[in-house]
Design a protein around this ligand. Structure first.
Ligand SMILES: [Mg+2]
Length: 180
């Protein structure tokens, strides 16, 4: 049986928050900067839910124009070397599939499968590790008995998750777990 790892995109493989901030500020100049986003739904005090998701989709549709975290490529290679089947999973529409694939190729990010949907937890049953920044995804993954890890951000800090400063720290944590 394959051992599957689920890897998120936004704020996991690339620095999504500053771009989102720039776009939200155009809608409402009083939107605080990402270091103050201490709740997942911080935006609700500043922009409408529909505007928020529209802006996110605009970014996703131009995904291929953006960069990645410097360790993203080696991180995915490392996960692969540990024997995982790597599913890159992101909450985004089918319309952003092509720019997402272009972006993955451009930055030489290796993976076995790309999963775009609004509920990645449907993958949990056949997975053992989840790497994500969303407190909801991490909570659900933990409750389902998966190893749930993420990069530390202001919006997930308060929840007692296993959080790390960078992707290589996450990789070495997984490496150590696999030895036992
Ligand atoms: Mg994310």
């Amino acid at each position: 049986m394959r051992v599957q790892a689920i890897v998120d995109i936004d704020n996991t493989l690339w620095d999504f928050a500053p771009i989102l901030y720039k776009k939200l500020k155009l809608l409402n100049p009083s939107v605080p900067p990402p270091e103050k986003w201490d709740r997942w739904d911080f935006f609700k005090d500043y922009v409408s839910v529909s505007d928020f998701y529209r802006v996110i989709e605009e970014i996703h549709k131009r995904q291929d124009e953006y960069g990645v975290y410097p360790e993203a490529k080696d991180f995915l290679l490392g996960i692969k070397k540990l024997g995982y089947f790597v599913v890159i999973a992101s909450h985004r529409t089918k319309e952003s599939e092509l720019p997402t694939l272009k972006w993955l190729k451009k930055h030489e990010l290796i993976f076995d499968e790309l999963h775009l949907s609004y509920d990645k937890s449907i993958l949990f049953e056949i997975s053992s590790v989840v790497i994500d920044d969303s407190p909801f995804v991490l909570e659900k993954a933990k409750a389902s008995g998966l190893l749930a890890l993420g990069l530390e951000h202001p919006w997930n800090r308060q929840n007692n998750f296993l959080l790390f400063k960078n992707l290589m720290e996450i990789l070495s944590f997984i490496e150590k777990q696999r030895k036992f």
